[in-house]
Design a binder for this molecule. Structure first.
Ligand code: NAP
Ligand code: GLV
Length: 313
């Protein structure tokens, strides 16, 4: 079996080395521009269009991340890019769910316990006790109840916080109040104190974090965006902070990454910025998962994480 590999990552050589060990029977090669030689599988992160276009020999494209928006974006911009018969398969968890739960729980607790405000007070050398937020109305709403969102929602519920979750189809998760579909969106948002976004970025979810959405939350709510920058209407966030509808936001993802040095978000003290690190693709877990899936496909078995191209996730 022939496996093509592409990622622009400082550790790409180590990844290739680990894949070679996990798939000793494979002819593995790093894709270079102009390489159109036959291949059965492509293992990729943010591949260029030229790597995939016209490759009708591919059986599957295995994405080294949970989100497939970059690959589907190629198809959207240049229809026919994706090989006709290849399945698109994404990473499922592979160590990301725990990292995401750490990041989001840390951030929610920071706001619940007002550590953001104590940090400001410390800067002013002020010893001042703030009234605690009541836990029973500190409702957290998690947009997206997939592999990552459901894990995050359960982690938050373990702190005794009221947690709601929102998905496309109806879901039942112990300890979480669930909502599904467009008709229940406003009921999900109503009175939420912390909105966490873990939706995939698709045409249906683009710009979902906007003025209308913010207006349905509790006054002075918080936003945590750990999914994609394209979910957020940036000016609407700045307006919501200015009006007091939102108190603060923590953002891990941006429309343009790296976030440009002159972007207004850097100058807004109520916005906390991290450089797309809430859940990193871990090498050993990811190599193992992808290698297992390739072996299963070679045996003719079905695998998890196959993307529904119509839905875009
Ligand atoms: P997933 O398992 O595919 O879950 C997606 C969830 O979103 C599902 O619950 C799905 O509903 C829901 N959904 C999708 N479209 C919807 C719509 N139009 N309306 C309502 N609900 C909708 O994805 P995942 O593995 O949890 O990952 C989620 C996203 O996190 C990725 O796509 C990626 O963009 C982002 N991510 C970010 C980082 C980072 O470091 N910042 C790392 C990893 C992933 P159903 O359950 O009904 O299908
Ligand atoms: C990272 O953002 C991913 O989608 O895995």
């Amino acid at each position: 079996m022939k496996v093509l590999f592409y990622m622009t990552h400082p550790d790409a050589a180590e990844w290739l080395h680990d894949f070679a060990r996990a798939l000793p029977e494979a002819e593995l090669r790093e894709w270079q521009p102009g390489d159109t030689a036959p291949a059965d599988f492509a293992v990729v992160w943010r591949p260029p269009r030229e790597m995939l276009a016209g490759r009708d020999d591919l059986r599957a494209i295995l994405n080294l991340g949970a989100g497939v928006d970059a690959i589907l974006g190629l198809e959207h911009a240049h229809p026919g890019t994706l090989p006709r018969n290849a399945q698109l398969i994404r990473l499922e968890d592979s160590g990301m769910a725990l990292q995401m739960a750490e990041y989001v729980t840390h951030t929610v607790l920071r706001y619940l316990r007002r550590f953001d405000e104590y940090q400001t007070l410390q800067g002013e050398r002020r010893w001042h006790v703030l009234e605690p937020h009541p836990r029973d109305t500190f409702t957290v709403g998690v947009l997206g109840l997939g592999v990552l969102g459901s894990h995050v929602a359960k982690a938050l519920a373990s702190f005794g916080l009221p947690v709601r979750g929102y998905s496309r189809g109806a879901r039942q998760i112990d300890g979480i109040t669930t909502f599904a579909g467009d008709t229940q969106f406003d009921a999900f948002l109503d009175g939420v104190k912390v909105l966490v976004n873990l939706l995939p970025h698709t045409p249906d979810t683009s710009d979902v974090l906007n003025t209308r959405t913010f207006s349905k939350l509790a006054r002075g709510a918080y936003l945590i965006n750990v999914a994609r920058g394209g979910h957020l209407v940036e000016q609407d966030l700045l307006d919501a902070l200015a009006s007091g509808q939102l108190t603060a936001a923590t953002l891990d993802v941006f429309r343009e990454e790296p976030l440009p040095a002159d972007h207004l978000f850097w100058r807004e003290p109520r916005i906390t910025i991290t450089p797309h690190v809430s859940a990193l693709t871990l090498r050993s877990e990811s190599v193992e998962q992808v290698a297992c899936k390739i072996k299963a496909l070679m045996r003719g078995d079905t695998v998890g994480g196959v993307v529904n191209l119509e839905r875009g996730y």
